[in-house]
Ligand binder design. Sequence first.
Ligand code: GLU
Length: 412
Amino acid sequence: MNNPFENALTQLSRAANVMKLDPQVHEKLKSPKKVHSASITIIMDNGSTKTFPAWRSQYNDALGPYKGGIRYHPGVTEDEVKALSFWMTMKCAVVGLPLGGGKGGIIVNPKELSETELEKLSRGYIQAFYQHLGPTKDVPAPDVYTNSQIMAWMLDEYEKLTGEHAPGMITGKPLCLGGSRGRDKATAQGGVFVLLEAVKKMDMIPNETTVAIQGFGNAGAHMAELLAVQGFKIVAVSDSKGAIKSANALDISALTAHKEKNSAVTGFTGTETITNEQLLELPVDILIPAALENQITAENAGRIKAKMILELANGPTTPEADAILFKNNVVVVPDILANAGGVTVSYFEQVQNASNYYWTDEEVMEKLQKIMITAFAGVWATKEKYAIDLRTAAFVTALERVGAAMKARGLV
Ligand code: GLU
């Protein structure tokens, strides 16, 4: 089995070797600063009680308050939450945000809960961890299967417990509670800005470029929509229930309506149903994993036909797969760069909350574009400098910043 935290540490070591990272910095970064755990018990609608294990991992805060989402998923583990919090540390650093890395998770299938149960669970999470959270301590956000409504309940619970308004304690909020314009599409939008830069480097032409997207949640569905507008041909997509492919470009707005109605992408007119595994191996130009970890492994990496993989998911490619893809000249635009648009607009949300002054869509987009393009250029230059893959280059870039902040603080 692929343990995401072990994978994360392998990625860290690869970058540390290339850049000759200070051994003390390397050692400190091998484990999270703190991992808080709790059991959240709620009364279910039928009167029974149920307990859900939950975590908040605070990995590193050298650059600023811990930052990162909360995941609700039946497959959550402590090691997964730790890995995700490490990746958040690297992600914030690679795009130059003054934030550290954290992550939370609850073992739960939220699709099996009623709205009332979901609200109790979300408030329960804040009751368990609120002392460790706050705008200057640790700032959660949405992740897999969490959304702006959950953030709203969490904000409300936090404000009730602390007795003061603190919109900056959480991001990804609804607009009416201090959310930022553009936050809902930010992960995908940031991915598009990065993808357009990568496409230029690889001499690809949008109208002639085919794309497969694994995952049709917040990141994947918005990505499909935005890329279609840019002229890319989305020929395959999937969700947790299955995948579809088509000989021609999919009509993304019709597909979104189909998914809303049927809670699945399968069965969409003019498409053939395939498996999620088959989708990864299609002969497309660009493959976009936008679901969960460990999708591209030593087992299937050799069969990937895409020229480029843009990771909107966190940790979709294992280190063994990375080595195979590098040998096969598949360019992997890594998660910590490709999906950093989400946390970047989360940072904008906090800035707006702190000044209590809100920006227009255009202001958000312009600032996001600048950050993503600058980050891509920096990572690409590092890749050229050391003749390494983009993931290692992104880690090197991030580690230079985190390492400098750790040393400036005094390591021990
Ligand atoms: N969950 C998102 C991520 O993995 C966003 C985190 C945030 O906005 O803090 O990047």
